[in-house]
Design a protein around this ligand. Structure first.
Ligand SMILES: *[C@@H]1O[C@H](CO)[C@@H](O)[C@H](O)[C@H]1NC(C)=O
Ligand SMILES: *[C@@H]1O[C@H](CO)[C@@H](O)[C@H](O)[C@H]1NC(C)=O
Ligand SMILES: *[C@@H]1O[C@H](CO)[C@@H](O)[C@H](O)[C@H]1NC(C)=O
Ligand SMILES: *[C@@H]1O[C@H](CO)[C@@H](O)[C@H](O)[C@H]1NC(C)=O
Length: 191
């Protein structure tokens, strides 16, 4: 009995301490900053250009199907299939050309009528001052359209506060094994 009372007192004390801390925290939940405080000076607009290699065949494959729906095999658009990728990004259309980064994420058939993919990917750059910085892309990729536009939803490193868009153009599609090369033009605003 005495022990239980002691326990109860302890619990109440802890609760008060918690509420006290919570109150203290809430007073500095937000504050106004000038962009210079974080070292952001002038907004820039950059253009990046590279080739994306979706390698789905062979022992060097970088994209793998990971899921499907009950209708994927009978749907004209393969609805519900999903592939996970870690695709190389290179300066020229040749796979062996200099690599500038990778595109990591997934794409999935998300349209019952047209061939359109939901693309969710991070470009992870490895080139020069971009090394280690990322851009996040989330968009609709109507694969048989000549030029597809997708939004840049954010970025990290050199690309903090990123916004903009990418334009994708299929450069090469091997109908036998499904390997694809896509040219990307990236227009990104950042600091
Ligand atoms: C931040 O700026 C807004 C708009 O200028 C102002 O209304 C607000 O009081 C400021 N907040 C703080 C914590 O200074
Ligand atoms: C669809 O086809 C793939 C490849 O041929 C097969 O592995 C899979 O089991 C099929 N899925 C269904 C739901 O029938
Ligand atoms: C990129 O950064 C990583 C880790 O900091 C480093 O190991 C690598 O050599 C760098 N690559 C280039 C091309 O600068
Ligand atoms: C397309 O894929 C097939 C099968 O892997 C391969 O034999 C052929 O060389 C490829 N074509 C090109 C142009 O790379």
């Amino acid at each position: 009995m005495a022990q239980s009372l002691h326990k109860q007192k302890y619990t109440i004390l802890t609760l008060f301490l918690f509420l006290f801390l919570l109150h203290g925290e809430s007073q500095k939940f937000s504050r106004n900053l000038s962009s210079k405080t974080l070292g952001f000076k002038k907004q820039k607009l950059s253009h990046l250009h590279f080739y994306f290699h979706d390698i789905v065949s062979g022992d060097q494959a970088t994209a793998f199907r990971v899921a499907q729906s009950a209708i994927t095999n009978t749907s004209s658009t393969g609805f519900g299939f999903m592939a996970m990728m870690d695709n190389p990004l290179t300066v020229s259309p040749e796979r062996t050309s200099k690599m500038v980064g990778r595109a990591q994420g997934f794409y999935a058939s998300a349209d019952l009528r047209e061939s359109a993919l939901l693309m969710v990917m991070n470009y992870v750059f490895s080139e020069g001052k971009y090394n280690g910085s990322t851009l996040s892309i989330l968009g609709r990729n109507e694969v048989f359209t000549t030029v597809r536009e997708m939004p840049i939803v954010g970025g990290s490193g050199i690309f903090r506060f990123a916004c903009g868009y990418v334009l994708a153009k299929t450069q090469f599609f091997n109908i036998t094994n499904g390997d694809t090369v896509v040219e990307y033009d990236v227009y990104v605003q950042h600091y």
